[in-house]
Design a protein around this ligand. Structure first.
Ligand code: ATP
Ligand code: MG
Length: 228
């Protein structure tokens, strides 16, 4: 079915794990129940109690791509992921609502005992491993620090332990993973939370269907009684 097919159910792209888990209460408050659990089901298209709305399960980094091309009309993605995506794909997405879920921060971390601030002061060149190359490049450029960037796709905490990098740029919430790997957070780059993103064409062609869902999710996200 083509993305433009008006009979296709409204499609919401989510990633498994914390984004799915933290979106569920918002959907439930909006009257939408997802009928399968993505952790136990092998299905990638999940029906809901509304025949007009379905959920697709994709990698967190792929959510903006599905929405941008209209394969999903709407999606939820972290600011971290959106910022990287927008570097190569400017435009095409409405980014209207910060849902304030999946909150964490993006930070620089180094091995315990490495004097990062002194290294910066000395003008040392740093090897930085990260999945977030745009955010890292812009952060160090704004500080006037020269870096060699090493792009990784996961398990960034390992890189300094085995000599691949001097520092990492990664997401931190409790700091438990950093501590377990003898790393210390030395600088916060930005606060991260997840946003509702909307395909621009769908915003026009499907507004009657989309607007009530957007409004309900916004209301749930900002309802002081909500667990978020
Ligand atoms: P994958 O695990 O499939 O490689 P991922 O690591 O991007 O992908 P998640 O760990 O589920 O997937 O993260 C999804 C989003 O949740 C991130 O893009 C970020 O916005 C947010 N997030 C990541 N780590 C944390 C954290 N420790 N605490 C809160 N939110 C986080
Ligand atoms: Mg992860």
């Amino acid at each position: 079915m083509s993305p433009a097919n008006p009979n296709r159910p409204l499609t919401l792209a989510l990633s498994k794990g914390r984004i799915f888990d933290e979106t569920m209460p918002l959907l439930n408050q909006a009257g939408i129940e997802v009928l399968e659990n993505p952790e136990t089901s092998r299905k990638l298209i999940l029906p809901t109690n509304s025949p007009d709305i379905q959920i697709i399960i994709v990698r967190a980094t792929d959510v903006p791509t599905y929405v941008q091309y209209g394969a999903a009309h709407i999606g939820i993605a972290g600011k971290d992921v959106l910022y990287e995506h927008m570097e190569s794909h400017p435009g095409g997405l409405y980014q209207p609502v910060d849902l304030n879920i999946a909150r964490c921060r993006m930070s620089v971390a180094v091995p315990d005992g490495f004097d990062y601030h002194n290294a910066v002061k000395q003008g040392s060149r740093l090897r930085v491993a990260t999945k977030y190359t745009r955010a890292a490049r812009e952060h160090f450029a704004s500080k006037g620090v020269y870096i060699d960037l090493i792009k990784l796709y996961g398990s960034m905490e390992l890189a300094p332990l085995v000599g691949l990098a001097d520092a990492i740029v990664d997401l931190v919430s409790t700091g438990g993973t950093l501590r377990a790997n003898h790393l210390t957070e030395v600088e916060e780059i930005s606060q991260i939370s997840s946003r509702l993103i909307i395909n621009q064409a769908a915003m026009k062609t499907r507004q009657a269907q989309l607007q009530p869902l957007i409004d309900a999710l916004m209301q749930a996200a900002f309802d002081p009684a909500s667990p978020n």
